[in-house]
Design a protein around this ligand. Structure first.
Ligand SMILES: [Cu+2]
Length: 467
């Protein structure tokens, strides 16, 4: 994660809000349109603090970025370009997707409740498209459903969407034209409308990402677009672990994570070490009195959830989808279950036939990580191992929808750089038992009174404690 922006521009203008290092690529054409800003890299960009317009605390898009805008006569103008992109899914694998402004997903659009917003959408895809602003209140004709509310945007054309951002919250944008193909190709992005009052719902760190999924045959680059259920890459913002950046927070920060689901199945997202509350849905903020604690929240198809918690516990805490096949990459799907099947004889026979043959899965699948990492198992080109990732204690054996929440003391306010592995205090890591506890842990437990507190149920229904 870096603190600078990696944008390219195809036109020259003073970038609103971004303290960015930019290189002018072309000054030609599109004079009346806001300049096209593109991202080159798939790493998390520093939050885009607003230099114009109403103030707000910007979000951090996991392995993504926010789109700069220009103010024109009081209107916030953005320029989205739907186009073929090359997205790095994780180091070692590139995917040929469709996205916006150089990446899939497209950039996050951040505005403030009450803003007048104008979005120019240029179609550089080989087919028609449109943009639906999922969850927004807007004039019907701005809703982006091609055929129903507007003619589709032909290739090579630019359409204008304009509406007031009426409701604060978390939204998504995606095509409503040949939707199955275009979502399967990664055409989507996040949208945040910040509250007009920046103190309302304020948090210290505010992360956002989309759940998405691809079906990319090992050894190839392009998603199969007719897949309905059998996706083989489960991604956050079109990245898989260990390509997903950690969510870095300061101890005792109030943290929000906004997650939208544009896959074709649900994802129970599980956070370790902390309880959180579901504070927002697609429909808006959940009243504080209606929130309840969770450690896993299921995010349905087409839904978004904003979870909030205080990051009170130091460490590197896993955060992942709890469907275990969603924390694996593509290779897993063709591997038969061989647990406790003896393969000794089989290996000799197979090696005669297939020199590269290796037995897999006899004692579980964790051994797959070693094999892949040692490259003992020949992988097709442009294909990630099924499970990967190195931690300070060895293989993490994960892929797909997995990352870490890194809680640290003493980070600077806007420092999102990976602080490295957590330095555990002495005596706080699980260890091998060698017949004797270390001195520090061998003290007898503090004596507790044997009496269990007696609960008395009073006839009026209220519980009371005996004294
Ligand atoms: Cu999942």
């Amino acid at each position: 994660m870096t603190t600078e922006h990696h944008f390219t521009r195809r036109d020259f203008f003073k970038l609103a809000g971004a303290g960015a290092a930019l290189s002018a690529v072309s000054k030609v054409a599109l004079a009346a349109l806001p300049d096209i800003v593109s991202a080159e890299k798939a790493n998390t960009q520093a939050p885009l603090h607003p230099a114009t317009g109403r103030p707000y605390q910007p979000v951090v898009t996991l392995n993504g970025w926010s789109l700069p805008w220009r103010m024109k006569n009081g209107v916030k103008e953005f320029h989205l370009v739907a186009e073929p992109v090359v997205r790095e899914i994780a180091p070692g694998m590139l995917a040929h997707l469709w996205g916006y402004n150089g990446q899939s997903p497209g950039p996050t659009i951040e505005v403030v409740e009450g803003d007048r917003v104008r979005i120019f959408v240029t179609n550089r895809l080989p087919e028609i498209t449109s943009v639906h602003w999922h969850g927004q209140r807007l004039p019907n004709g701005m809703d982006g459903v091609s055929g129903l509310t507007q003619p589709a945007i032909p290739p090579g054309k630019t359409f204008v969407y304009e509406f007031e951002a009426k409701r604060a919250g978390t939204f998504m944008y995606h095509p409503h034209a040949d939707e199955m193909t275009q979502l399967a190709m990664g055409l989507m992005g996040s949208w945040v409308t910040h509250p007009k009052n920046p103190k309302l719902m304020a948090v210290d760190r505010d992360f956002i990402f989309l759940l998405n999924a691809y079906d990319i045959e090992p050894g190839s680059y392009k998603p199969r677009v007719n897949t309905m259920l059998n996706f083989n890459l489960w991604t956050w913002n079109s990245r898989v672990f260990p390509g997903i950046d950690p969510l870095v927070v300061r101890k005792n920060d109030k943290v929000r994570i906004r997650i939208g689901n544009l896959t074709m199945t649900n994802h129970p997202i599980h956070l370790h070490g902390h309880e959180f509350q579901v504070a927002g849905t697609d429909g808006g903020w959940v009243q504080p009195s209606a929130r309840w604690p969770e450690v896993t929240t299921d995010i349905g198809v087409g839904q978004m959830r904003a979870i909030e918690f205080v990051a009170s516990e130091l460490g590197d805490w896993a955060i992942h989808c709890h469907k275990s096949h969603h924390t694996m990459n593509a290779m897993g799907h063709q591997v038969p279950t061989l647990l406790v099947v003896k393969q000794d004889d089989l290996v000799d026979k197979m090696t005669n036939l297939v020199p590269d043959y290796m037995p897999m899965g006899e004692t579980g699948m964790a051994e797959m990580t070693d094999m892949a990492n040692m490259m003992d198992m020949p992988l097709p080109e442009n294909t990630l191992p099924m499970m990967m990732g190195k931690g300070q204690y060895g293989d993490i054996s994960m892929g797909g929808m997995f990352s870490t929440l890194k809680v640290r003391d003493g980070l600077a306010k806007n420092d999102y750089r990976d602080p490295g592995p957590y330095q555990h205090p002495a005596g706080t890591v699980a260890y091998e038992f060698n017949g004797k506890l270390p001195v520090a842990n061998s003290q007898p437990a503090p004596k507790t009174t044997s009496a269990v507190e007696v609960q008395v149920r009073r006839p009026n229904g209220h519980d009371g404690h005996s004294h």
